[in-house]
Design a protein. Sequence first.
Length: 107
Amino acid sequence: MSFALADNRHNGHDDLDARIARAKAEHQRPSSAKRLAETRGWSVAIEFVGMVLVSAAIGYGIDTYAGLGTRPFAMIGMLVLGFAGAVYRAVQDSPQFDAAPDNDLKD
């Protein structure tokens, strides 16, 4: 009775190199163009959320500290303006996104 603790196949050194090359090819990292498109997508999303939150905070500040008696209408109005501005900005940035990630503009 013998136990095989290692690969008993005597396929030679070249077979191992070929298997390693195939494994590396299967698990390649995404191209730099694809990563650039993903980064731009995240920047649009973060900018969108940031514009909405900052405009809501400005409206809240107007309601709370200006003493105009507008609570909660200034915050609601600024929230709507921030959302509209964020949508406008996202639409401005959307033409650079395409089905092919290598169509991105080069900075």
